[in-house]
Design a binder for this molecule. Structure first.
Ligand code: FES
Ligand SMILES: [Fe+2]
Length: 317
């Protein structure tokens, strides 16, 4: 495939998603990689195709002492630089490609071998300076192309349909939209009706989400949409990540952060917050996966310029 947005920094995983000494497969722009973290917390990624007889290395296992990935077919071992491991001799030349990673605040970024066209967004650093990481939610591979999936995050009308049920949204207004190149900021006011007791019992976070929500959203195109919201128990940042797996598959997950939440509340609400974030992703996924092929829209809704701003960045890349 033609790589999508080559030179963009992609956030492919948070360290907490990888486990320890466990192979994981990731796909970025049509290429499969095996990625693993050793017990020291170092992370490596190499081409997932074994250079011997092309077995998927991600089906193999990690050797704890040597830190190598072992192929499931004939058990050859490779280190994080793509070098074959041999006991008798030191083979120093890589025989398979490794993926260059940049790790920052436990987030794993890569340019996948392309020359960087944008820096890793400051947004992540500023969130990490202020907030505490709570967990990852909603990890999903969406059957949908990158642009369609991305545009949903810049769409200030889909709350009324896609997310109506869970949050009982009655109105959504944008009070400001500032764009600065690849960065943008939106202030949003959402009004919602009461959830039923049954809904609150199933998901206690719904009981503390205010009826009037004044949220801020910050965008770092193309990887990141961060939603900042206030709740009576503290502030949260829900950071939506996207990257293109293939032409018609897009990976997403949410990094959830909180600040000024007391430890008891955090313990009580942690799972509930993550569950709500996961539900949002499910609803967006369902929308994207059920769309018919795109045509020129015959109707315009308010605030759609925000969505078209993202589309323009994409097509002018
Ligand atoms: S295919 Fe990987 S070791 Fe043979
Ligand atoms: Fe959404």
């Amino acid at each position: 495939m033609q790589p999508i947005l080559p030179g963009a920094p992609w956030l492919i995983a948070h360290k907490s998603m990888l486990g320890v000494n466990k192979p994981n497969k990731i796909t970025l722009n049509g290429q499969d990689y095996v990625i693993w973290q050793n017990s020291k917390g170092e992370v490596f990624a190499i081409d997932n195709i074994c250079p011997h007889l092309q077995a998927p290395l991600s089906n193999g296992w990690v050797c704890q002492e040597r830190g190598t990935i072992t192929c499931p077919f004939h058990a050859l071992e490779f280190d994080g630089k793509g070098r074959l491991h041999r006991t008798e001799e030191k083979d120093t030349q890589p025989i398979t490609k490794s993926l260059e990673l940049i790790i920052s605040n436990d987030c794993i970024w890569t340019y996948a071998g392309f020359e960087a066209r944008l820096p890793i967004p400051d947004l992540h650093q500023s969130i990490n300076n202020e907030y505490e990481f709570i967990g990852v939610a909603g990890e999903k591979s969406i059957q949908g192309d990158f642009l369609t999936t991305l545009m949903v995050n810049y769409d200030y009308n889909h709350q009324n349909g896609t997310h109506k049920d869970l949050f009982r949204i009655t109105s959504c207004k944008v009070s400001s939209f500032e764009e600065n190149g690849y960065y943008a900021k939106v202030a949003q006011e959402i009004l919602r009706a009461d959830n039923t007791l049954g809904e609150i019992i199933k998901n206690p976070a719904l009981g503390i989400i205010p009826k009037v929500m004044n949220n801020t959203l910050e965008y770092a195109f193309p990887s990141t949409t961060a939603l900042f919201a206030k709740s009576p128990i503290g502030n949260v940042a829900q950071v939506h990540i996207l990257y293109p797996e293939t032409e018609n598959r897009t990976k997403t997950f949410v990094l959830f952060y909180a600040k000024d939440i007391n430890p008891v509340m955090k313990l009580l609400f942690k799972n509930s917050f993550l569950q709500a974030a996961g539900k949002i992703i499910e609803q967006d996924t369902e929308t994207v996966e059920n769309l018919y092929p795109r045509q020129k829209p015959k109707i315009r809704l308010p605030y759609e310029e925000i969505m078209f701003y993202a589309e323009k960045l994409y097509s002018n890349w």
